[in-house]
Design a protein around this ligand. Structure first.
Ligand code: SF4
Length: 239
């Protein structure tokens, strides 16, 4: 495997982002609800939406944890990260997503459990629309916690001419969902209340995890988005 050159963004202990200041992005909530861009709900739905977005926002506790680790080795399909207890090796479309990385931030971000509980209660009461709105806010809040990680990394990386790549998550685009176990092994007890089930699903359900490469800004830009080179034109995850 080729040895990547060293990174000025080197190993960091896990950092927890305790709160997310960014307000709920209503356009994202509508996107999760399946509204096409530019289409708004009618006045009656809008009222329901306003009420349940506010309720879910109050209950959500978006948080994130991340750890930055140096890349020891990588090639098109494999990535080896140096941890304090040896190497952890990830498999997937590494060259496409993390080709420019000199170090990698592994992260877990969550909207918290209360918002998921509210959605379940609403479903139990047959209020499917309210449950959908609450779930959509949960997804948006987990995404906002992920964005807070990327913002921090971008700020730190910019000081040395580096930049973050797009996040690459287990279960997507050629990385098996089972790679979650390796990702979670990087956090030990320092997690943020997110657990992994035997079938590699995160609890609370409204949580996201992944790897973000950090590399020279010019190289990150040159690599661009793997979606630009992907032939799955109707992929809902296209970025
Ligand atoms: S278009 Fe979809 S499948 Fe293709 S690289 Fe992007 S997210 Fe992955």
């Amino acid at each position: 495997m080729p040895q990547p050159s060293s990174s000025p963004i080197s190993a960091r202990p896990p950092r927890i982002i305790e709160q997310v200041d960014e307000a709920v992005d209503r356009a994202e909530v509508l996107r999760y609800l399946g509204y096409p861009v530019g289409v708004s709900p009618n006045a009656q739905i809008q009222n329901i939406l306003d009420y349940w977005v506010a309720q879910a926002d109050q209950l959500a506790t978006p948080r994130a944890i991340y750890v930055v680790l140096p890349v020891a080795e990588k090639d098109r399909r494999r990535l080896r990260l140096q941890t304090g207890r040896g190497m952890v090796e990830f498999h997937g479309a590494i060259g496409e997503f993390l080709g420019a990385a000199r170090s990698v931030a592994a992260f877990i971000a969550t909207a918290g459990g209360d918002v998921v509980r509210l959605a379940s209660e609403l479903l139990g009461k047959q209020d499917a629309l309210a449950a959908m709105v609450v779930n959509a806010v949960g997804a948006e809040r987990a995404e906002a916690a992920e964005a807070a990680v990327i913002d921090e990394l971008r700020e730190q990386a910019a000081k040395v001419g580096f930049a973050p790549t797009l996040p690459y998550s287990p279960g997507y685009c050629g990385m098996a969902l089972t790679e979650q176990t390796k990702l979670f092994s990087l956090f030990d007890q320092e997690n943020i209340g997110v657990t992994l089930s035997a079938d590699c699903l995160m609890r609370p359900l409204k949580s996201v995890s992944g790897l973000i490469g950090i590399g020279p800004a010019a190289e990150v830009e040159q690599f661009g988005s793997p979606c630009d080179r992907c032939e799955l034109h109707d992929c809902a995850m296209r970025r």
